[in-house]
Each structure stands twice: as structure tokens, then as C-alpha cells.
Design a protein around this ligand. Sequence first.
Ligand code: NDP
Length: 284
Amino acid sequence: TGTPVTVLGLGLMGSALAGAFLRAGHPTTVWNRTTAKADDLVAGGATLAESPADAIAAAPLVVVCVSDYDAVADVLKGPLHGRVVVNLTSGTPSRARALAEEVTRRGGDYLGGGIMAVPEAVGTADAVIAYSGPRSLYDAHGSTLGKLGTGLHLGDDPGLSATHEMGTLILMWGMLDGFLNGAAILGAAGVSATAYLPIARTAIDTVAGWLPGYARQVDDGVYPPDDGTVDTHLAAMAHVIEESETLGINTELPRLVKALAERAATEGHAASGYPALVEQFRKP
Ligand code: NDP
């Protein structure tokens, strides 16, 4: 059997985390505000603690996954001496750093983590979980945490995993809104989302292939037009707005996209490559 672990919070994600530990043979203690959510896990061999403090006392490694940091404050009760708190709750980097300080003050150790996966993937290599906090702490518990998915250690700053989570979330919404807006355009023209899907997937793969070059341009601060100028993109953006109006659908997203590109062009980047838009995102 593996190291005993505790999981606080048994929502969709917390239940998946506890289930992965159980399947991997770790004695697993769980607690949830709504006790009934522990039923399946208890049937599978988990121990239900009567209180968060009892759950924390039961194992040296305490994984917390609740809605937000206010909920974390509600569940992280009792002494933390000798406990490693692994917080997989989403929130801002500053909240993560403040919590890391509090945990340390109360005698515990802290690792922050961001789950870049859905609950169904937890327990498989497909679930990427990015951790940050003291490297030695991650090394000591990496094999246990590895039961949850593919772990990455990003650095010692406990807020870093939350910063990466922000980057992942905005990327995810950009792709999802792009797909849904595309589905609305195709749908208004009588094409189903399912029929749009193969070309949408190919487009995402194609764009993903551009990212290494884009990352280099962003880091270098020079934007040669390797694959087209901002002006060329602007002409295409105008077409999308025009057609969306013709179809009688929402034009907010293409208008926002065009406004950003127009500003980049006005600021001297009409003939630059698209990565020049990063400068628009850097401003308040
Ligand atoms: P759920 O809404 O399914 O679960 C929320 C959990 O938080 C429940 O266990 C709930 O308890 C608990 N909770 C909320 N408020 C309190 C409180 N004041 N005191 C005690 N417990 C509280 O959310 P998820 O499990 O989906 O998400 C949990 C975290 O994981 C979030 O931060 C989310 O961003 C993150 N995450 C989720 C992903 C997903 O795909 N679901 C992906 C990546 C990250 P109760 O059951 O009693 O309501």
C-alpha cells in the first residue's frame, strides 16, 4: 500500500482525485461538506472523516480541491504541523501565495497546483497537473502525486501554478469561443457543428503548429510577417464581420478581434506578423 493521503472536497474534481488515489492503493481519508458525496468512495474503501481537522490529522499529504479560496479557508481547519498541503483549488496567484504563507505559519508545507484536465482524465497520464512550491517538497511527494496524472514542477514560487492556470484558461476560452462562434456562422448557413468539426480540428492543429515561432517572436520582441501581415488579417476580419451581419448573428467577438488588430496596425504593425498583437494584450 502507498502513503496515506487525505482529500478535502469531493466535488466533481475532488471525487476524481480521491478515486485515483484509492485505485492506486493509497489509504485515502476523505471529507466533504455534503457528506453524501463520499458514499461511492467509502464503498470503494475510503475512510470518511468526521471533520476537516480529523481528515487533516489522518494523513501527512492533504490534497484540497474545493470551489475557491474562501472555501479553502473554511476547510483547512486545525493544526498543520507535519502536513503537506497540496492545494488544487483554482484561484489567483496572490491568493495562492498568501495561503502558502499561512500554511507555513501554521507549521505545514505548501504546494500549489493547477489541474489542466477534466475529472474523467484524472488518474491517467492525460491529466496534466502543474505544481509550484519548494522543489524538494515536490520531489518528496512526486510519486504519490503522480497517481493523479502527469505532474510538472514549474518552480519554487507557490503562485506560479496559478499563473499558468490563467494562461491555460484564457487559451481554452479563446479556442472554445472561436469554435462556438464558428459553429454559429456555419449553423446560420445550414451546416451542422458536426460537419464543421473536421475542418475546425484541422485548423486548431495548424494553428498549434505556429506557436513555437510565435513564442520566439513574442520573447524576442520582433514580429517578421512569416505567415501574413496584420493588414492581411484585418481584411479577413472585415469579411467575418460582414458575413455575420448578413447572417444576422452576433458580431462581438470578430469586432473585438478586429479592434485589437486595428490598434496594432495604427501603432506601426500593419506590415508585422500577427504576434505583434501581444503588445495590445500587455497593456492595461
Ligand atoms: P464542484 O462544484 O463539483 O465542487 C466544489 C466543492 O467545493 C464541493 O466539494 C463543495 O462542497 C466544496 N465547497 C464549496 N464551498 C465550500 C465551503 N464553503 N466549505 C466547504 N466546502 C465547500 O467543483 P469541481 O470539483 O469541479 O472544482 C473544484 C476545483 O477544481 C475548482 O477550483 C475548479 O476550478 C478546479 N478545477 C476543476 C476542473 C473540472 O473540470 N471540474 C478542471 C480544473 C480545475 P459541497 O459538495 O458540500 O457543495
